[in-house]
Ligand binder design. Structure first.
Ligand code: COA
Length: 162
């Protein structure tokens, strides 16, 4: 059975392993890099673990997603989604959809959030499809926003008004 929930902080090393797997296997999908994160401190991994939602199958981590809120007075109504990943063998089984639905349940509890945004590279077709299924619209394209091993990639800006 697959469940979506927060993870106990003491399981931080399982999150670390999933995050490093994501950065390693899907290097173009994330603006952070494996090499930048592989030596982060336990304290940092523990801090991050508390801020994410996870999908678990038989208690094993198989996916994750998070959001951050802007902290400035003029932009605190905006949330940004980050770190969305489902491990390869569980893809196309609606794990990603369940993660994002649960994230929206959390976001909607904060009545003052009125917009959710994210960036995604055009090559990540599954992610774009899933975001569109959830009501996100493409509102712009940043040219050559990422450089991964010498290749430049654009990023699409997507947003959803609540
Ligand atoms: C994006 C991701 C989390 C989706 O996880 P998932 O569990 O497979 O998601 P779901 O099964 O809920 O939905 C996937 C959707 O993409 C569609 N899809 C899968 N492969 C596709 C492709 N190559 N082209 C277009 N659509 C595709 C599926 O048909 C499904 O849409 P549907 O429900 O309308 O049929 C997963 O693909 C992933 O980890 N990708 C790599 C990391 C990434 O891109 N993260 C996002 C960074 S912004």
């Amino acid at each position: 059975m697959i469940v979506v929930r927060k993870l106990e902080e003491y399981r931080w090393s399982e999150y670390r392993d999933l995050r490093l797997e994501a950065l390693n296997k899907e290097s173009i999908a994330f603006s952070s890099s494996y090499d930048e994160e592989k030596n982060l401190s336990e304290e940092e991994w523990r801090r991050r673990t508390k801020n994410l939602l996870f999908a678990l199958s038989e208690d094993k981590l198989i996916g994750m997603i998070g959001y951050i809120r802007e902290n400035k007075i003029k932009t605190k109504h905006v949330a940004t989604i980050f770190g969305f990943y489902v491990t390869l063998e569980y893809r196309c089984q609606e794990v990603g959809t369940r993660l994002i639905d649960s994230l929206f349940e959390q976001i909607e509890k904060s009545k003052d959030i009125v917009k959710v945004k994210l960036t995604v590279i055009p090559e990540q077709k599954a992610a774009i499809k899933l975001y569109q299924n959830c009501g996100f619209k493409i509102v712009g394209q940043l040219r050559k926003e990422l450089c991964v091993e010498g290749t430049f990639y654009d990023e699409l800006i997507m947003e959803k008004l609540l």
